[in-house]
Structure formats: C-alpha cells, structure tokens
Design a binder for this molecule. Structure first.
Ligand code: S3P
Length: 756
C-alpha cells in the first residue's frame, strides 16, 4: 500500500515571505520564491549578521533582521503571509515560541527540517499542542555545500517535497504551502509524520551516517594520505555526502534517533551477512546479495531518470492509430511468456546453473524473476534475453522478507501458489488492481485438498496467504475447467507431495510445464488427458532457448491477414500443438498462412510463419480449438470483424476471467467502432464486413481496461479503420510485449503511444 499521496493545487501565493535561517536551504527557498512565485517582499532572520548581509547583497532577501522580535518591530505581522523555518531542528522550540507570539492572524508557517516528529514535539513543548497554522514540510533536495552563497533558485525543481500535516493542521494552510512548493516545479507529496521519519532514516540519514563513518575510519589510519591518494571513483561516489554540514547532521541524528537506530540495525544485519559470505568464501551468497542489489539499483536509476517504460501514472498511456498502412517484412517478436515464467521457476529449483536465452523482458515474467530473487535465488540478467539462474535445489528457497508482489501476472500467482504452498516458510502473494480481481479459488481449493494451508481474500481473490511447513499429499484431481495454470500449480506442488499427483484435463491445455520438467530430468507421464508425477525427485539444470511468443505474434498475423498488400514473416515462433489454435482458426477463415523452418528447440516446436493478405470469411470456431487459442481471441475478434459473414465463438467462458472480461470488453470496443456483435455468457457472435477492402471500423475511442491484449488488438484494428482510434489505458502492454509500438510501426502500422 502506498504511504504517500500527491497534492495538487494552483493558488498564487504568498506576497510577503519571511525566511528564518539563511543557509543553503533557506536561501534557496528565498531565491526560488523570487523566481517562481508572485512574492513581493522577502525578509530574512538569522543570528549571523554577516550571513544576512551576504544574503542582502546577493539579492536573496530584501532586508535582514538578527532576531524575530527585531523583525516584528519593523514589519507589521499582519502583512506576513508565510514564514519558512530553516533553522537546525534543535533550535525549533525557541523559534516556534517567538513565531507564535509575533505572527499575524492569517500567517502560515512551515519548515524544511529533515525530521518531523521533533518539530511536532517542539511545537507541543513551546505551545502546548500542534497549532493549525504550522504545516510540517521537508524538501528532499540539498547539496554538500552549505551557507547562503551556495543557494540556488532551481534547487527544488523536479525534486520531491513532503508535507506531513497532523490531525490538527488546517487543510487550507496545507493547500497554500503545497501550492508554494508546486510553483517552484517541485513534486509535492503528503505523508504521515512518523512514516516520513522512518523513510528518511533509511534513505537519507543512514547513508550520511555511513559516509561520515567510513571516511573517518580511513582518516584515522596512519597511512591515510597514501590511502586517499589511491581512493578513486568508488570511494568518491560512496563518500560524497561526508562533506555535508556536521552540525546539521549531528542535530538530525539527535532528533531522529530511534528510526535511525532501527535502520542502522537492519543495515548491520546485512553487513554481517556479507561479512560471513566473505569470511567463508561463499561466492553464491555474495552473488545472491549483489545481483538482487544491482537489479534494485538499476530499477531505481531508471525511475530517477524517468526512463522506466511505465509512466508514473499507468492509466495515462494511450495508443492512437492513424488509418491506412500495410504490414510487410520479417520480425521476431519477444520470447514466450508462459515458457519464460517456467524457466525461472524450474531453473531456481534445479541443482546447478541454468542458462536461458530468448527470455521475455516484460513485466509479468520480470515479476516472477524478481520473486525468485526475493526467495534467495541468485539470478543474473536479463540482458538482451539472456538470464543465468543459479539453482538452489528443490529445498533451497529462503523465506522472503516481505509480501511477494506479482503485478499483473495471473500465471505467476497461480503457479507460485502451488510451488510455495509446499515450502517450510509462510508467504503472501499480492498483485495490482486487475490481478486482485481474478479468481484464485480454482487453485486454493485443490491445494487445500492436498493438505496446503492457504487463505484468500473474499470470494477467493488475492492476496493469497500461504502457511509454510505443511506436508502435502499427492492426489488425483479432475480439472473443472481447461486451465494450464491450475494444472501447472498442482504439478508444481506435487514435486514436494508424498506419492503421486495426477491431473485430468477436460480439454488439452498448454503443456509447457510438463515439457520443461522433463527437460530438467524430472519424470512426468501422460496417459490420454491425464498427466502424473511422483513427489520427492530432483531437477537438474539445463539450457533453455525460449521461442518467440505465438500470442504476441498473433497481433501481427492478424494485422497481415486483414490488410490488403500485406506480406509478413514472423520468425522462430513457438508452435506447440497446445498453443496453435490461432493458426487453425485463421486457416479455417481462409487466411493465407504458411509455416517453414519447422524444428524443435529445447523440447518446444518452432517455425517461421508467413502471412499474406487474402479475403477471409466468418466461421463457427471449433470447440476443441478454444483452449488452444485462449489468449488469441481478442485479436481473432478483430480478424472476424474483417471477414465476410458471422463468426461464432462458444465454450469460451474462461475469457471472462482473464486480465479483463475479454468478451464484454472486446464487444464494447467493437460496437464503439461500428461492428455489430452479440454477447453470450460463453462467447460472442461477430458480424463481419462485406467489404473486401476499405474501412471496417469507424473512428472512435475504446478502453482496454488494463488488459494488454485488448490494447494491442485494437491497435491492429487501426489498419482497417476509417479514422483515428484512440485506445485508453495501454501501459500494461509492457507486461507481455515490450517494444510493441516500435515493432508495430517498423512493420507498417500507423500507431503512436502517448501520455494523455
Ligand atoms: C497460461 C495459461 C492460460 C493463459 C495464460 C498463461 C500459462 O491461462 O491464458 O495467459 O502460462 O499457464 P489458463 O490456464 O488459466 O487458461
């Protein structure tokens, strides 16, 4: 759960500003107020009269006073709109008492201190309670230089400012202070006061303490000159902040003692763990820590540089299509999502090192990868689709320190529910808003029959809470629905269960788990529609070459199939017979689709798929093809709209519990674009066009409901639209198809992604 909230406001304010304490921050507030707000007068208060004079001569303030009573003597308190307290935190009690005595009735007061509980305590000491006019604030900006000479007007631009109002604070005062910071191009956030102190202890106070301490440790050694002469990049980067103002930092550590100690204790535990690894020469333990840290740091850098592929507000990413275009060329779409998940899971549980290539660097598969890092597995990459997993063996996973967040990924949650039910530790699985609505009872119920102890939220929804240390018993289960996720969940739990686990499916579903288990040397047998394995075996590491994802290839197969003049080859696509429904259905509709270079890599069939435009006709989709094309229906609905006659789909109720209700959401989108369709509980009838060429879809706006496949399907519809189509809520395309827009435009779609 987020502990902060964004504050938005547009007031123009203040006219008269007083800064108490003219150091780097106080001086910068004055300069920024002059540059960015409508302020008319800025007064400074500081006991250091030389600093006041410098501030005045540099134009930072209009006039300076050596004490608050002195200011009050010269300036009418009623004229002062805002007082910013920028004195050291330990001087607050005295200053607050003076401010309370001399402020005007509508003067708002804020501060810039790094610790907020100490400000509240100072206010209670000085005034008996938190006054409504005091808005605690903290700009997260600074520099290791101090003093008013170092002040800069743009110090707060693009930086965060945290306000921490209490129950007593006047909301209007909070708005005014927030507007003041926002006008300086700062991002204003609101947070509970205690939480602020904990967060800052970890992210700011602790690093400063460590930098001071490390430099001091080296400085006390006899040969320090020699050491410092050789201290280059790493030392410089790590210790830059040891040049900060010692007085200010002493005060911060005195003020935020308990949160700093908590952060320091946690850090020391980590340091002792690394010490142990170094002392015992445990390279694996080092790599586990270092790879996890590197991936966290890389992610952080991307966030800081705002280069993460997700915009800050996911809802804001839209696709806009422009009519026209055709699809031509050759391309390889990203790696198979289902196989990518499984490669990490089995690689982590194997003995030895697994090398993966073709790994899908989409958010869903990355959520699985991060989860196994959180479970103590050392994983290198991904780097251009290459991942190295240092397996910990079937009993080597470690308890995670926090709930495991699986984002949008239903596959991660369902498969992990089985795998983690069998571990000796407790854990919790959570996800984003879309995943939090998806049914988990379908895995929780059979797992309970095997002896697992797990709880879901209401109605069998996430989060899932798994109780560790419960022995599992193998069992036979008849799947009530054709679901590879449920089948795989039970087979994975079965690896630890006593005896045999067997699953019978009502219709064939993707068999990547079975194939890959065999690739890792685990015996799995199949008899008709029943698959079985014995618990208690071991997995042996192997190399995995992941084919291109047929589900991602589908968007371009359909694009070429519906657009006159198209001729496209998709390379090295996985054509596992439990996934190739889309090929059969498109061919049944009359599509010109041929396979070449057919081969098998790592137990998975692959081929190049060529699609050329030819007019298609509507069909009744054979029931047996439904589970084999389950993820491809949104795109197939677009193909159906462009085919002559009616296409009928039944037996597809599973589509209602995917990332969105894909029957309803696609029907709404198609209707908004002028396509007639009728919705059934388990399917849809789509009335295709009688136009062989030309526009099929009108222009318009559709919503993808956080569903990646809906967004990409309507992007393809743009090829046969009369005008522009705007597709809302497209950020989740990154879950399965990073680089979709770039590849689509490269192949000839007229598509653009932008923030709304
Ligand atoms: C998947 C199985 C399918 C599919 C999903 C991935 C898998 O779900 O829709 O995108 O990797 O096992 P169900 O098994 O629930 O049908």
């Amino acid at each position: 759960m987020s502990t902060e909230s964004h504050v938005q406001t547009n007031q123009r304010w203040p006219q008269t500003l007083v800064i108490v304490g003219l150091g780097l921050i106080g001086g910068s507030v004055a300069l920024a107020a002059r540059r960015f707000t409508g302020v008319r007068q800025v007064f400074g208060v500081d006991v250091n009269t030389e600093e006041l004079e410098v501030a005045r001569s540099l134009g930072v303030i209009d006039q300076g006073f050596s004490s608050f009573p002195d200011l009050a003597h010269h300036v009418d308190a009623r004229d002062v709109d805002l007082i910013v307290l920028a004195v050291p935190v330990l001087a607050m009690v005295k200053v607050l008492a003076q401010v309370a005595q001399h402020r005007g009735p509508s003067t708002v007061v804020t501060d810039v201190g790094s610790c907020k509980a100490v400000l509240r305590d100072a206010a209670v000491d000085a005034l008996g309670s938190m006054p409504p006019w005091l808005v605690p604030g903290h700009p997260i900006a600074g520099a290791e230089r101090s003093g008013v000479r170092a002040a800069k007007a743009d110090l707060f631009c693009q930086h965060k400012v945290i306000v921490t109002p209490t129950a007593e604070t006047d909301p209007q005062a909070v708005d005014q202070v927030s507007a003041f910071w926002a006008s300086m191009d700062a991002e204003v956030l609101s947070m509970a006061l205690e939480r602020h102190d904990q967060v800052l202890a970890q992210t700011s106070h602790l690093p400063h303490l460590l930098a001071f301490s490390l430099v001091d440790t080296l400085a006390r050694q006899d040969e320090r000159c020699e050491i410092f002469r050789y201290a280059a990049g790493g030392f410089r980067d790590f210790t830059r902040i040891a040049a900060s103002d010692p007085t200010m930092w002493r005060d911060i550590f005195l003020a935020n003692r308990s949160a700093t100690l908590d952060a320091l204790d946690q850090f020391l535990e980590g340091v002792y763990r690394v010490r142990e690894a170094v002392a015992t020469g445990d390279g694996d333990a080092m790599m586990t820590t270092f790879t996890r840290a590197k991936s966290a740091r890389d992610y952080f850098t991307a966030l800081l540089n705002k280069t993460a592929y997700q915009p800050m507000n996911k809802q804001d990413l839209v696709f806009i299509t422009t009519p026209g275009g055709r699809v031509q060329g050759r391309a390889r779409v990203p790696g198979d999502k289902s196989i990518s998940h499984r490669s990490i899971m089995l690689g982590a549980l194997a003995n030895g090192t697994t090398h993966i290539q073709g790994f899908l660097e989409g958010e869903d598969a990355l959520a699985t990868l991060q989860t196994f890092r959180d479970l103590g597995v050392q994983i290198e990459g991904p780097n251009a689709g290459r991942v190295t997993v240092h397996g910990v063996g079937i009993n080597g996973l470690k308890a995670p320190s926090k709930p495991l967040y699986l984002g949008n990924s239903g596959t991660s949650m369902r498969l992990l529910a089985g795998l983690l039910s069998a571990q000796p530790f407790d854990c919790e699985l959570t996800g984003d808003t879309s995943l939090s609505k998806r049914p988990m009872g379908r895995v929780a119920e059979p797992l309970r029959l095997m002896g697992a102890q797990l709880e879901t939220a209401e109605d069998g929804r996430p989060p899932l809470k798994l109780k560790g240390g419960t022995p599992l018993k193998g069992m036979h289960y008849d799947l009530p629905m054709a679901s590879a996720q449920v089948k795989s969940c039970l087979l994975l739990a079965g690896l630890w269960a006593e005896g045999e686990t067997s699953v019978t499916e009502p219709a064939p579903t993707r068999d990547h788990t079975e194939r890959m288990l065999q690739g890792f040397g685990y015996q799995v047998s199949r008899e008709g529609s029943t698959v079985r394995l014995q618990g208690g075996g071991q997995l042996e590491a192997c190399d995995i070459d992941i084919p291109a994802d047929i589900s991602s290839a589908t968007f371009f197969m359909v694009a070429a199939a519906i657009t006159p003049g198209s001729d496209l080859v998709l390379e090295h696509v996985g054509v596992n017979p439990t996934r190739d429904g889309v090929i059969h259905i498109l061919r049944l509709m009359g599509a010109d689709l041929t396979l070449s270079n057919e081969t098998v890599v790592g137990g998975e069939p692959v081929a190049d798929i060529r699609v050329r435009y030819t007019p298609m006709k509507g069909v009744d989709i054979p029931l047996d093809q439904v589970p084999l094309a389950i993820d491809e229906f949104p795109a197939l609905f677009v193909a159906a709209a462009c085919a002559q006659g009616v296409t009928r789909l039944r037996g597809a109720e599973e589509l209602r519990v995917k990332e969105s209700d894909r029957i309803q959401v696609m029907a709404e989108g198609l209707q908004a674009l002028g396509v007639a369709c009728t919705v059934y509980e388990d399917g849809i009838d789509i009335v295709g066009t009688s136009e062989v060429t030309g526009a099929v879809f009108t222009q318009g706006c559709v919503h993808s409901h956080e569903d990646h496949r809906i967004a990409m399907s309507f992007a393809v519809a743009g090829l046969r639209a009369q005008g522009a189509i705007k597709i809302e809520d497209c950020a989740n395309v990154a879950t399965s198809f990073p680089g979709f827009v770039e590849l689509a435009t490269h192949l000839g779609l007229k598509l653009e992604a932008k923030l709304d």
